[in-house]
Design a protein around this ligand. Structure first.
Ligand code: NAD
Ligand code: GLY
Length: 382
């Protein structure tokens, strides 16, 4: 390895544990290859009695549920299952009711834990169901997408979508344990893996230039199934997220940095009506490049950084340029209007995560809407 990323803890073998230090709500994230085989053992340590409900989606159920159930059975854990359709539409009131009904029908008590086994959709939905059933039950996250392993399963944001927008109904509710099996990512479609990779890159860009350098060198290996690279990156992202969440659980400040690329990216997703043209991670990839280009244009960030970010994401196989879809987008004024609905907006002011360089993101409050409009116009026509 070169000196890029020197100091990064490289996974040798075995399971790594990252602690999310939240006092009485503290928990471990375990990361390792074939961890699913040991899920029964890990769950036996946190379940108050050997009984649970596993909530999952059809794809994950087909590919990985038998392995999980076998492991639970080895430890005599009685597990009901609820298999839901895959996809964002599952984060709905109707499916939420299905989950809460299943928990109650299984006669699980308030002190019992449920298991969210899937990507961010299942983690957000099942976590929220746990938060509100019997006024708050515990839950375990077993994330099965790269996005969920580095982001959504950690930090306790749970929720569903409604007709007013994404993730608008929800709760902060921390899991009791997160088990990230790096081998289950082998079955993930390449496009989903790449979308998760955008969130991996996000950590380097927001706060760790060495990690970004490491990804420039090892990102391809990680994407191509190198388990050591994969575990190293996932554990590093989880450590970064655990630090941020421990310092700012409810996003009063610093946690907003995790939204790098999201104000631009969400506006693209919303403008396209969440029609699947862009996966969330793809929109974030474009949004991160836009955040760096905008930072350069404002004179905040040295020139060349945005090109370096774009080059890496593009080499990985992610979209980086809004021009490829610009004929399907509304004008810049409308995109800015969508950004005003962003959850970071305060009193109608636009809040962006901008950068002074790679690894040096900061929260920019009161960004001038006209400057954003002008930037978007140029970016779409470049
Ligand atoms: P997802 O849960 O829809 O999973 C993507 C697809 O991959 C699905 O079709 C799923 O069935 C399939 N899949 C999952 N694991 C698989 C595996 N191992 N092998 C094969 N297929 C598999 O999407 P996602 O990208 O994991 O999560 C997106 C969701 O996460 C969004 O709803 C977003 O709002 C949410 N999110 C939440 C947070 C948070 O902090 N709570 C953070 C980021 C994103
Ligand atoms: N995914 C952003 C956060 O957890 O705060």
């Amino acid at each position: 390895m070169s000196d890029k990323g020197e100091g990064l803890e490289v996974a040798v073998c075995g399971t790594e544990t990252v602690r999310v230090a939240l006092g009485e709500r503290a928990y471990d994230i375990q990361i390792g290859e074939d961890l699913l085989d040991f899920a029964g053992e890990a769950l036996a340590e946190v379940l108050p009695r050997p009984r649970t409900l596993v909530v999952t989606d059809e794809n994950v159920a087909r590919l990985h549920l038998p392995a999980l159930l076998e492991s639970l059975e080895t430890f005599d854990i009685e597990a009901g299952t609820l298999v839901l359709p895959a996809g964002e539409a599952t984060k709905s009131f109707a499916r939420l009711q299905e989950v809460t009904d299943a928990i109650l029908a299984a006669e699980l008590e308030r002190s019992d834990l449920i298991v969210a086994f899937g990507g961010g959709v299942i983690g957000d939905l099942a976590g929220f169901a746990a938060a509100i059933t019997r006024r708050g039950m515990g839950f375990v996250q077993i994330p099965t997408t790269l996005l969920a392993q580095v982001d959504s399963s950690v930090g306790g944001k749970t929720g569903i979508n409604c007709r007013h927008g994404k993730n608008l109904i929800g709760a902060f509710h921390q899991p009791a344990l997160v088990l990230a099996d790096t081998a289950v990512l082998d079955t993930l479609p390449r496009r989903e893996l790449l979308a998760g990779y955008a969130e991996v890159v996000k950590y380097g860009l927001l706060g760790d230039a060495d990690f970004f350098g490491w990804l420039e060198e090892h990102g391809t290996a990680l994407l191509d199934g190198d388990m050591e690279a994969r575990q190293t990156a996932i554990a590093h992202c989880c450590r970064m997220k655990a630090d941020v969440v421990a310092a700012d659980e409810r996003e009063a400040g610093r946690r907003a940095l995790l939204n790098l690329g999201h104000t631009f990216g969400h506006a693209l997703e919303a403008a396209l009506g969440y029609d699947g043209t862009l996966l969330h991670g793809e929109a974030v990839a474009i949004g991160m490049v836009q955040a760096f280009r905008f930072s350069e244009q404002l004179g905040l960030c040295p020139e060349g950084e945005a090109d370096r970010v774009a080059a890496h994401l593009e080499a990985a196989g992610l979209p980086v340029d809004v021009r490829a879809i610009h004929n399907r987008l509304p004008g810049p004024e409308e995109l800015v209007a969508i950004m005003r609905q962003d959850k970071k907006a305060k009193g109608g002011r636009l809040v962006f995560i901008l950068a002074r360089g790679i690894g040096e993101a900061f929260i920019a409050e009161d960004v001038d809407a006209d400057a954003v409009t002008e930037f978007l116009r140029e970016d779409m026509e470049r």
